[in-house]
Design a protein around this ligand. Structure first.
Ligand SMILES: [Zn+2]
Length: 134
């Protein structure tokens, strides 16, 4: 593990592409992509991926607090709770993300907010057994 990212290095009023976020934080693009896989919210499913500065800062803070951001096998990442949550009635929509990944989106069973998760298409059958795909 390298030096911890400084959440104040990003501006909450800006949006960042992966490369820009990496540059601002002194991290590699691969690190930022891992964060996205780990639950860092992105603003659009189209390329280029955009990350809001606020989400980026919140994510770094949650990470440095030692908050658990890795998701259980039956969880999505809730943007409001900022934690892994099960989707309401285990129902999720499958949205295209990239060539190799899809985005699962459901409603948080705790707060009713939007919760999502990026999955590898290769693992889709596995998640289909856990969640109810709409
Ligand atoms: Zn929630």
């Amino acid at each position: 593990m390298g030096k911890r990212a400084n959440p104040m290095a990003v501006k909450v009023s800006l949006t960042y592409e992966v490369g820009e976020a990496a540059f601002a934080l002194g991290k590699s693009e691969a690190t930022i992509r891992n964060w996205i896989k780990d639950g860092l919210p992105i603003m659009a499913s189209k390329k280029p991926l955009l990350i809001s500065g606020q989400d980026l800062r919140d994510y770094i803070r949650a990470k440095s607090k030692g908050a658990k951001t890795s998701l259980g096998p039956d969880q999505l990442f809730c943007l409001s709770c900022r934690e892994g949550r099960k989707p309401l009635r285990m129902a999720v929509a499958v949205l295209p993300n990239t060539d190799k990944t899809d985005r699962l989106e459901g409603l948080c069973e705790t707060c009713g907010g939007v919760a999502s998760r990026i999955i590898s298409k290769a693992k889709s059958p596995h998640f289909a057994a856990t969640f109810r795909f709409k």
